[in-house]
Design a protein around this ligand. Structure first.
Ligand code: CU
Length: 168
């Protein structure tokens, strides 16, 4: 139980570390995310699940992100234990993100993003997507409950760019 509560804080620390590393690398955006994404796929159990094996994905859920600061669909229902391949499609002209988490972890990350708008998430449950592009996350939902996905780019989360994952 203890480490489940601590986990969001650890992910935030990992994200902050990635910022520092990228600052050293000269602020390479976009493709830099893929590297950070790949290096942190082990031992990543969270209250909302863990990185999934793409070969075991039972279905694909396409989520469209728009400049009206909305996700479509805004609510996704999955079964406990299910591995889902999310395709986050950016239908807007702005950059958007698809970040899985709990209400608390997304709120904490959004606060960090306000402090450091260029931060990249060193988190296998997060993907930043350029205008017109799409990104993928494969995630296994291991616990029943109500979780969230959000775009944590400053201003977007605050404008209501958040959706819900219900795990039954
Ligand atoms: Cu956004």
């Amino acid at each position: 139980m203890k480490n489940r509560i601590l986990r969001p804080a650890l992910l935030c620390a990992a994200a902050l570390f990635a910022i520092a590393a990228q600052a050293d690398a000269g602020h390479e955006h976009g493709s830099a995310h893929a590297g950070a994404h790949a290096q942190d796929t082990h031992d990543a159990d969270t209250p909302y699940g863990r990185p999934g094996d793409a070969a075991k994905a039972q279905r694909t859920v396409r989520v469209v992100m728009s400049d009206t600061m909305r996700f479509d669909p805004a609510t996704i229902t999955v079964r406990r234990g299910e591995t889902v391949r999310f395709v986050a499609a950016n239908g807007g002209r702005l950059e958007h993100e698809f970040v899985l988490g709990t209400t608390a972890s997304l709120k904490a990350h959004a606060e960090e993003m306000r402090a450091m708008p260029d931060m990249q998430h060193a988190d296998p449950g997060a993907v930043r997507v350029a205008a017109g592009a799409s990104g993928e996350i494969v995630w296994q939902f291991t616990e029943a409950g109500s979780f969230e996905f959000g775009c944590l780019i400053p201003g977007h989360f605050e404008a209501g760019m958040v959706g819900k994952v219900v795990v039954r």
